[in-house]
Design a protein around this ligand. Structure first.
Ligand SMILES: C[S@@+](CC[C@H](N)C(=O)[O-])C[C@H]1O[C@@H](n2cnc3c(N)ncnc32)[C@H](O)[C@@H]1O
Length: 335
């Protein structure tokens, strides 16, 4: 499976793009001939697709008919399948090519794979707006990846006593709007690079939260943070940067907080034992190869060390019961 992992992924991607799974969910079980006709494939092409999808357990063949696997059926019933499809597109159109530079990225300890994304800018994010298809695929995925776990963020991050929250590198405001919806008294400021501000503003308008959720153009690495907040959130942010940059960002968060305020780090976490979980390990290839100079799915203890160095106390780990390796880490600025 490891040797041919790239081919396994291409079966999954092709089946997603061709609509095989939705077809079987809606009309299955179906014969291979019915499937070929519905997907407009020649006999040999249909045979290849079904051979791979059946061998990988994505579909099951019972004599002449094919049906959807229980795992995909389950993801569809839990309304998570669209999030998986969006993640597959991200892997195919944003991640896949740059991973060819993984070895060199390790050798040089930097994101060599960025050379495969046309445009100016030292990181992936500033190049996205110069590659509209990649940008659309990226933010569709990012929204999905957040939504796979942010109901837990809403549940665990008690903001009942908070009036203001700063969301650093908040993307299209997917977490800012979820937190604002759940906490009607809360006002949220999203910091984003200028190129991504319109995406966030559009999502805030669509959620009807103008006025309560606002976006400010800022470079979180270079610019000072606004101050006086009750909570500072880093969602899928401290996986991008080096440990030194993370400590510097957390110091800025400490200054941005009112005394007694809290910082929350919400992203995938790896185990302190350095041997998993598997998705954290596999996702780290992307963070090593593409978005910025340094980053990975860090172990909990690495974030905790950065938090302590930045002055936070009362650190609290909240592992989440999701198939993604998401977790939340909170810390407090002493009152
Ligand atoms: C991995 S995405 C996470 C988005 C969002 N927080 C979420 O969880 O869905 C990282 C985001 O950080 C933003 N970003 C990257 N570098 C930044 C910088 N220097 N200043 C501000 N935002 C930045 C990117 O534009 C992108 O939207």
């Amino acid at each position: 499976m490891i040797l041919f992992g790239h081919a396994a992924f291409q079966y999954l991607n092709a089946a997603c793009e061709l609509g095989l799974f939705e077809l079987l969910a809606e009309k299955g079980p179906l014969t291979s001939k019915d499937i070929r006709t519905a997907l407009d494939l020649e006999e040999r092409a249909g045979d290849i697709l079904l051979l791979g999808c059946a061998a990988l357990g994505l579909v099951h063949r019972d004599g002449p008919t094919c049906r959807l696997s229980a795992e995909i059926t389950d993801l569809m019933e839990r309304d998570e399948w669209t999030h998986v499809v969006n993640t597959v597109a991200f892997e195919q159109y944003v991640v896949y090519e740059s991973q060819r530079d993984f070895t060199d990225s390790l050798r040089h300890n930097t994101n060599v794979g960025l050379r495969r994304v046309p445009g100016d800018g030292t990181g992936l994010y500033r190049r996205l707006s110069q590659n509209p298809h990649m940008e659309e695929v990226f933010y569709r995925y990012m929204r999905s990846w957040s939504q796979l776990a942010n109901a837990h963020l809403v549940r665990h991050l008690d903001l009942s006593g908070a009036r203001t929250l700063l969301d650093c590198g908040g993307g299209d405001a997917v977490n800012a709007t979820a937190l604002a919806q759940a906490n009607p008294h809360l006002r949220v400021t999203v910091l984003e690079i200028p190129e991504s501000v319109p995406l966030a503003e559009e999502a805030i308008r669509a959620a009807g939260l103008q006025g309560r959720v606002t976006v400010r153009a800022a470079d979180i690495l270079e610019d000072p943070f606004p101050t006086g907040f009750d909570c500072v959130l880093f969602a899928h942010q401290l996986v991008i940067w080096t440990p030194e940059e993370n400590t510097a960002l957390l110091r800025k968060a400490h200054t941005a907080l009112a005394p007694g305020g809290r910082v929350a780090v919400f992203n995938s976490m790896s185990d302190d034992t350095g041997d998993g979980p598997l998705i954290a390990a596999l996702d780290s290839v992307y963070f090593a190869s593409l978005p910025a100079e340094g980053g990975m799915i860090y172990p909990w203890s690495r974030h905790e060390a950065s938090m302590r160095a930045a002055g936070f106390t009362e650190l609290r780990r909240i592992p989440l019961p999701t198939w993604t390796p998401h977790g939340i880490l909170t810390g407090t600025r002493a009152a």
